[in-house]
Design a protein around this ligand. Structure first.
Ligand SMILES: C[S@@+](CC[C@H](N)C(=O)[O-])C[C@H]1O[C@@H](n2cnc3c(N)ncnc32)[C@H](O)[C@@H]1O
Length: 226
C-alpha cells in the first residue's frame, strides 16, 4: 500500500472523533490558529480560496465566516473526512471537493489563496505539493500552512511528554485508535524545523516567506506569496 493510501485510510478511520481529539490535544487552542491562518491568507472581500486537506472543515468554515462573499472550496482525498465536513457545515455555501494535493483540479492562476492545516507532515514530497499550490494561485496570491513542528528549547521535556504520552493515550481512550495518534507523534518529531520548512516554500517558488510559532513552539503557521 502506498503512503498516500495508508494516510487516507487512517483519516477515514478517525474522522468521526477527529474534532474532539483536536480540542483535547490542543487544550482548545486549535480554532484560534485556524482563524490566524485565514487572516494571513490576505483574502479580500471577493476572491476564491481553497482550503486543501480540509479534513472536517474547520479552516474552511472559518474562511467562510470571515469572508462570506468569497468563493470558498474545501478539498480532501479522504471521502469520510469530507463527508463529516459536509455534514457539519451543510448550512454554509461552501463547495466541497475530492482532490489529491499532488494534482489539483483547478486552472493555473485561478485562486486568490490556498490554506492547508496539517497536510505537509503527511506527504512524501512537500515541494511537489507546494509547486502544485503555486501553480493554481494567481500572481500575488497567498499560501498559508498550519502544522506541528518538532519541540525544541527549554520546554522540550514537557512538550515531549505531551506528544509521546498524553496524545497516544488520548488517541486510545477517545478515538479508539492508538496507532493513528502514535503516527501523529512520530511524524511531528521527524518533521522539518520551522526554518527548514520555510526553505521548502522558497524552493517551490514562493516569496515573502515567513512563519510564526504557537503552543510552546510546537505549532507553526507558514506563509508565502506567489
Ligand atoms: C490532520 S488532517 C487536517 C484537517 C484540517 N485541515 C484541520 O485543520 O483540521 C489532515 C488531512 O489531510 C488530508 N490529506 C493527506 N494527504 C492528502 C493528499 N495528498 N491530498 C489531499 N488531502 C490529503 C487527510 O485526508 C486529512 O483529512
Amino acid at each position: 500500500m502506498s503512503r498516500g493510501e495508508e494516510v487516507r485510510r487512517m483519516f477515514d478511520a478517525i474522522a468521526w472523533r477527529y474534532d474532539l481529539m483536536n480540542r483535547l490535544m490542543t487544550l482548545g487552542q486549535d480554532q484560534r490558529w485556524r482563524r490566524f491562518v485565514v487572516k494571513q491568507s490576505g483574502l479580500e472581500d471577493h476572491g476564491a480560496m481553497l482550503d486543501l486537506a480540509c479534513g472536517t472543515g474547520d479552516i474552511t468554515a472559518a474562511a467562510h465566516h470571515s469572508h462570506p462573499h468569497c468563493t470558498i472550496v474545501g478539498a480532501d482525498f479522504s471521502p469520510i473526512m469530507l463527508h463529516v465536513a459536509k455534514k457539519r457545515f451543510s448550512h454554509l455555501p461552501i463547495h466541497w471537493q475530492m482532490a489529491d494535493a499532488y494534482q489539483l483540479p483547478f486552472r493555473s492562476g485561478s485562486l486568490s489563496a490556498v490554506t492547508f492545516g496539517y497536510l505537509m507532515r503527511n506527504v512524501d514530497e512537500p515541494v511537489a505539493v507546494l509547486r502544485e499550490v503555486h501553480r493554481v494561485l494567481a500572481p500575488g496570491g497567498r499560501v498559508v500552512c498550519l502544522d506541528t513542528t518538532p519541540p525544541r528549547g527549554l520546554m522540550r521535556p514537557l512538550t515531549n511528554f505531551h506528544f509521546r504520552v498524553i496524545i497516544p493515550l488520548l488517541g486510545r481512550l477517545v478515538a479508539g485508535d492508538h496507532g493513528a495518534y502514535q503516527y501523529l507523534t512520530g511524524s511531528t518529531m521527524g518533521f522539518y524545523e520551522a526554518d527548514q520548512l520555510a526553505g521548502l516554500f522558497t524552493e517551490a517558488g514562493f516569496s515573502v516567506v515567513g512563519f510564526r510559532k504557537f503552543m510552546l513552539g510546537t505549532i507553526a503557521v507558514h506563509w508565502g506569496s506567489r
